[in-house]
Design a protein around this ligand. Structure first.
Ligand code: LLP
Length: 420
């Protein structure tokens, strides 16, 4: 469910014609809907147990206005760097609702999070227990942590976004978990408060969640019997979203919530969840202009002014994104195109052999479900400035991040003495 719809023959973001934004900011640009963000957050919140800390995974979309919109609804944040810590705080997330995940935390990042007074660290390995202990002691505090465990569960998603198998770099191997908590208990700068796992992203079956949650709940009992005061359980994020209007629907938040409740049973522990994609993916589109329609010997190409530097998901994960024209097509004969960008890579391809209404130079298109892992994974490859981000609310829209300029890119560099 989202708020990008045709009205009077043109695509609207809530009550704003998308073409009006394009005329004001140029293309390409990301456009987010406040109403969709709010709806997704509320639907998720009502599907999971009351008093769950919903730590929105900032990595999915770190735009400050997106974070602030969610923070106003009560969201916490799941962060993976000092940069995301700053963003979450700047977006108005209270430190007491911030969970610090991430497989390679540096001393300086741990220090910044301790200074801020975050909710908990999700520790990814034995070495990190020692480091966290050391930094906490140097500040005269005790750091609350959950161990992120690797449950060795197959999330049945794309290999590049699967994180819970024993072969993945994430979490502490299942056989080492009790030993790690026992070690932590000897470290005076640490306070074990929870257990955590996150098995991957764009997960479209409930079974991997069921298996993981059961393992974590069992682990809480084991650790309590070992004498640890475990009061929190973090099930991670990962619930998938529909990328295709004509495809099968992934489980909805209500069914996911039922699996969560069933797994928890009567467990007395504070639940933490870390959804990212589910909240933001369908709240965002990437709008681009057709530069040209080019006939090859075998194919017809639509060349957009957005490229893989703006949205890398198709190139990186073979991801499908629906693409629609901004002007409603009506019942015309469709054609088969490869939709590509202007970047000098064959991987700069948004859709292969895609049926679309006939398009021509100057037409606008929207690449859908681009709110998660879109702008955040953007780059300025080919010296292409980062695309702007626009937030819509009702009939209003605002450029929340202006288009980067080439002059800004150049101004960031320095000449070495010998080239002056
Ligand atoms: N928690 C942790 C520790 C994570 O690593 C992630 C995502 C999340 C929560 C949020 O997962 P979500 O609910 O969004 O599935 N760039 C890839 C996705 C990478 C996901 C990384 N971790 C993509 O575009 O598909």
């Amino acid at each position: 469910m989202n708020h990008f719809h045709y009205r009077n023959g043109v695509l609207h973001a809530e009550d704003v014609p998308v073409a009006e934004i394009a005329a004001a900011v140029g293309t390409p640009f990301y456009c987010y809907s406040s109403a969709t963000l709010e709806r997704h957050y509320r639907v998720f919140e009502s599907a999971v147990p009351k008093n769950t800390l919903i730590a929105y995974a900032v990595k999915a979309n770190g735009n400050l206005s997106v974070i602030k919109t969610l923070a106003a609804l009560g969201a916490g944040a799941d962060i993976v760097s000092a940069g995301e810590l700053k963003r979450a705080l700047a977006g108005g997330v209270p430190a007491a609702k911030i969970v610090f995940s991430g497989v390679g935390k540096k001393r300086s990042e741990i220090a910044a999070a301790l200074d801020a007074g975050i909710f908990q660290f999700n520790v990814e390995g034995e070495y990190e227990l020692d480091l966290l202990n050391e930094v906490a002691l140097s500040k005269g505090v005790r750091a609350k942590f959950a161990l992120r465990v690797n449950p060795d569960v197959d999330a049945k998603t794309h290999a590049k976004i699967s994180t819970g198998k024993a072969e993945n770099k994430f979490g502490v191997g299942w056989s080492r978990v009790r030993g790690a908590y026992a070690h932590a208990a000897t470290l005076p700068g640490l306070e074990a408060v929870g257990v955590a796992a996150h098995i991957g992203s764009q997960i479209t079956e409930l079974e991997p969640f069921r298996q993981t949650f059961a393992k974590l709940v069992g682990l809480v009992s084991t650790l309590r019997a070992d004498g640890h005061k475990i009061s929190r359980i973090d099930f991670g994020g990962g619930l998938g979203v529909p990328y295709r209007q004509d495809g099968p629907l992934p489980p909805d938040p209500a069914s996911y919530g039922a699996v969560v409740r069933e797994a928890l049973g009567g467990l007395d522990a504070q639940l933490v969840l870390e959804p990212g994609r589910l909240i933001v993916a369908n709240a965002g589109i990437l709008v681009a202009e057709v530069i040209s329609v080019k006939k090859g010997d075998e194919k017809e190409f639509i060349i957009l002014d957005a490229g893989m530097n703006d949205l890398i998901r198709p190139a990186m994960y073979d991801a499908w994104h629906d693409i629609v024209p901004v002007r409603e097509p009506g019942s015309v004969q469709r054609r088969v195109y490869d939709v590509v960008g202007p970047v000098c890579e064959s991987a700069d391809l948004f859709a292969r052999d895609r049926e679309l209404p006939p398009l021509s130079a100057g037409d606008l298109v929207a690449i859908l479900t681009a709110g998660a892992y879109g702008a955040v994974q953007g780059s300025s490859y080919n010296a292409r400035p980062l695309a702007p981000e626009v937030l819509v609310k009702g009939r209003q829209f605002a450029v929340t991040r202006p288009r980067q300029t080439v002059d800004e890119m150049i101004a960031q560099e320095r000449w070495p003495d010998w080239l002056l």
